[in-house]
Design a protein around this ligand. Structure first.
Ligand code: SF4
Length: 101
């Protein structure tokens, strides 16, 4: 069953392959594009073999998490129609709209 806002289940944390590796999953505020791509490629590798991937992905999608969760970046969750609460992505999206107009 997919996690909903009414029932947050974090039991999958015990199986997380990213324990102690937060710096790989959450970039600094002013991270450059190349550094972000390298960091997220490494995060994606770790997630690919993580036994908690599916519940982790559901959690991030349902609770508008920022950072790299369940094999997905903020941008990927946003592109999939999921809310992302991180101000960094909101600022990037605003800048992309400005450039496009
Ligand atoms: S899927 Fe990725 S972000 Fe989620 S718990 Fe596993 S390693 Fe961490």
């Amino acid at each position: 069953m997919a996690e909903t806002q009414k029932q947050m289940n974090l039991s999958w944390h015990d199986k997380a392959a990213c324990k102690g590796k937060s710096e790989i999953f959450f970039g600094p505020y002013n991270e450059r594009t190349g550094a972000k791509e390298k960091r997220e490629a490494l995060a994606r590798q770790i997630c690919a073999s993580c036994p908690a991937l599916l519940p982790c992905r559901d959690h991030a999608r349902n609770f508008a998490e920022y950072g790299f969760w369940g094999g997905e970046s903020e941008e990927e969750r946003s592109a999939g129609g999921y809310k992302v609460s991180n101000p960094v992505i909101k600022r990037r999206m605003r800048n992309q709209k400005k450039k496009a107009s």
